[in-house]
Write a protein of this length. Structure first.
Length: 337
């Protein structure tokens, strides 16, 4: 297939692009590089043995998007592009609605104009919020607690409405939980610009000496050690989940949703301990107040993906930490070296 990957130079996008190229697909990455590096795509080509095409553009730019569709003629889209930091979204909600929701509308309009009828959407477990108790099934009540989660939920509704109105449109919504780890080669991994918003890259930078210590946001949650419980899933498992969903789209139109996770939650302190074991480095941390919009526990029921996509997560927290240590050791300053 010819697959357009928006946000394909980013963390999950680059790992998915490696998998797509490895299965023989033709890939065009469209990314504005606002939180990613073109160096990741050079390394993707190295790992896959051939390159993806690349256009530097924002997915919300209708003219650039139209030009990309005209020249590449994709059969399907995997849509990663967007803002993704919970804390930032509470400070800058309008930015999130423009970059996430409005840009996705532009993408769907462009797909329709060019006869592209298949899309896999990168959603998030944040849509569940605190409306129900984990483990979350795909039909659990939704109730995001922050603007980032609201944008994901809105996009899901837009996709469902678009599929209902267009009988040729086939949509896979993937709600994944907390991607971590890196490619086992150590060549590509998570390299956020500025201060990391996610736990493991921050821990990795502390271990590497790039940061002096870690803030743990709250230790008074109703969990075994008081810190938040999350379902941490290896990024390569997430990437392979996207390929499984892409294959499923050929079976018919409509909008379907699957969780991507492990079903096994770990606390913040457990993740710190696992990284210490993998790296041999003690991670200094400080307990601070809870972060706005966070919930106590979030983990998946992944049985539907197992049944319908023939997909399951195979890689452990320990392997994810070991792969992150390898990535961080080989790339102490990320891609900027």
């Amino acid at each position: 297939m010819r697959v357009l990957v928006t946000g394909g130079a980013g963390y999950i996008g680059s790992h998915t692009t490696v998998e797509l190229l490895g299965q023989g697909h033709q890939v065009l990455v469209l990314d504005d590089l606002s939180n990613s590096s073109e160096e990741s795509l050079r390394r993707v080509a190295e790992l896959a043995g051939r390159p993806a095409d690349f256009v530097q553009a924002n997915v919300g730019d209708a003219a650039e998007l139209d030009a990309a569709f005209t020249s590449f003629r994709p059969d399907a889209v995997i849509h990663f592009a967007g803002r993704k930091a919970v804390g930032e979204s509470t400070r800058l909600p309008l930015l999130y609605y423009r970059e996430n929701v409005a840009a996705t509308v532009t993408l769907l309009e462009t797909m329709a104009a060019h006869g592209c009828h298949q899309i896999v959407f990168s959603s998030s477990a944040t849509v569940y919020g605190s409306a129900s108790e984990p483990p979350f099934t795909e039909d659990a009540p939704t109730g995001a607690t922050n603007p980032y989660g609201h944008t994901k939920h809105m996009i899901e509704q837009i996709l469902a409405d678009a599929a209902a109105a267009d009988p040729s449109l086939s949509v896979a919504v993937l709600r994944y939980f907390n991607p971590i780890g890196a490619h086992e080669s150590g060549r590509i991994g998570e390299d956020p610009k500025g201060i990391p918003n996610n736990l493991l890259p921050f821990v990795a930078q502390v271990a590497a000496g790039r940061r002096t210590g870690l803030q743990v946001f709250g230790n008074d949650y109703p969990t075994p050690d008081g810190t938040g419980l999350r379902d941490y899933i290896h990024v390569v498992d997430v990437a392979q989940g996207h390929l499984a969903a892409l294959a499923r789209l050929a079976d018919g139109a409509g909008c379907q949703t699957w969780n991507l996770g492990t079903g096994r939650p770990f606390s913040v302190l457990e993740v710190i301990s696992a990284y210490e074991a993998a790296s041999g480095v003690r991670i200094p941390y400080q307990i601070v107040d809870r972060r706005p919009g966070d919930v106590a526990a979030s983990y998946a029921d992944v049985s539907k993906a197992g049944r319908e996509l023939d997909w399951t997560a195979h890689r452990s927290l320990e392997q994810a930490c070991a792969d992150t240590v390898r990535w961080q050791a080989a790339n102490p300053d990320g891609y900027a070296q």
